[in-house]
Design a protein around this ligand. Structure first.
Ligand code: PRF
Ligand code: ZN
Length: 372
């Protein structure tokens, strides 16, 4: 077995889980946020900078690396860890979600998905077997099954067909995956916003016995209260002795609400993407750095933050960098936002240790507000 999940304790106040995930590239403390490095780089950050902010695991994408530079090239380079100079754990998403985001550029068949590259329009085909083969070449610690993420809204029959195909594909992924000692393959639960379909998917996927499970198909445009409700229904159906991953979720409020509902792992492009656009997440809500109100603010982005950016630079300077289109500005905001979310998860872990996560949530929202 490539990975082992150790449940250390559950928070007496909230039921949230504190754990450790042992992987071939080291131990991850959970709950954890995973910065996204779609193209074998967390945009604008070096691996040293990621380590300085205590990133324990990053996520990368099968679809993008298959198209460019090609998984065979990365295999030749000695695998994704070596290629990108990152020696801590890596999780790769299967490409399912990315291919389905292509809209009219793709065609779903039982065998797999035919699509055109977003780069040059060339024709490609990814099946469950091919998604596994690509991720085997990349050498990620955790691989994801090839699934279909139904859009929101979608009608009942569509979601039912789609989750049943996702189960058949999950089985094919499992059969195609051979080196289970070095790489763990996670199953993905779908079922849209329909509880009985979530139950069906959970039972089918868990029945296939994967070393970890994710909840897919959420945070696809539905209102937050629906997402929390579906999540709250789904996590109790999942085994307690395996890690649980909520895919594509990463706003501060969703991380806290997800952990309270029993989730251990999260990933999202949000902190890095909005950072490059000049928006910072802070303990007092979001800061849009180009706003005129920051022109003469010689304070850091967040007086409570210990990141490199906040220790060394003022909002006035960061605003200047963004107004002048200087590349350092987006590096500094990316660094701050990722540090902010990683630190938030460290605080969440500490609150679980001390059985006070509901108190922590209350304090957090009182300061932070609900503006992201
Ligand atoms: N499936 C996969 N990747 C994903 C998702 C999914 O449903 C989501 C949904 N939020 C994000 N990333 N394979
Ligand atoms: Zn900071």
């Amino acid at each position: 077995m490539a990975i082992r999940y150790e449940l250390i304790k559950t928070c007496k106040q909230s039921g949230a889980r504190l754990g450790r995930l042992h992987t071939p590239h080291g131990v991850i403390e959970t709950p954890i946020f995973m910065p996204v490095g779609t193209q074998a780089t967390v945009k604008a950050m070096t691996p040293e900078e990621l380590k300085d902010m205590n990133a324990q695991i990053i996520l990368s994408n099968t679809y993008h690396l298959y198209l460019r530079p090609g998984h065979k090239l990365i295999e030749k380079a000695g695998g994704l860890h070596k290629f990108m100079n990152w020696d801590r754990p890596i999780l790769t998403d299967s490409g399912g979600f990315q291919v389905f985001s292509l809209g009219p550029l793709r065609k779903i068949r039982e065998e797999g998905v035919e699509f055109r590259s977003h780069l040059d329009g060339s024709k490609h085909f990814i099946s469950p077997e091919i998604a596994v083969e690509i991720q085997n070449s990349l050498g990620s610690d955790i691989m994801m099954a090839f699934d279909e993420c139904a859009p929101y809204p979608a009608d009942y029959d569509y979601v039912k067909n789609s989750l049943e195909r996702t189960t058949r594909w999950a089985k094919r992924c499992k059969d195609a995956h051979k080196n289970t000692d070095q790489q763990a393959l996670f199953g993905i639960i779908q079922g849209g916003m329909y509880k009985d379909l979530r139950k069906q998917s959970a039972e089918e996927i868990i029945g296939l016995d994967f070393p970890g499970y994710s909840v897919g198909g959420l945070s696809v445009g539905e209102p937050k209260d629906i997402m929390y409700d579906v999540l709250e229904y789904t996590t109790p159906l999942m085994p307690k002795d395996k890690p649980r991953y909520l895919m594509g979720v990463g706003s501060p409020d969703d991380l806290i609400e997800g952990v309270i509902r029993g989730i251990d792992m999260f990933d999202c492009v949000l902190p890095s993407r909005i950072g490059r656009n000049g928006t910072a997440m802070t303990s007092r809500g979001k800061v849009v750095i180009k706003n005129a109100s920051h022109t003469e603010s010689f304070e850091p982005l967040d007086t409570e933050c210990g990141c490199y950016t906040c220790k060394n630079y003022s909002k006035a300077y960061l605003r200047h960098l963004f107004k002048a289109n200087e590349i350092l500005g987006l590096r500094l905001l990316t660094n701050h936002n990722l540090h902010f979310l990683l630190n938030l998860m460290e605080e969440v872990r500490q609150a679980i240790r001390e059985d006070r996560l509901l108190d922590y949530r209350k304090d957090f929202f009182e300061k932070y507000g609900y503006n992201l």
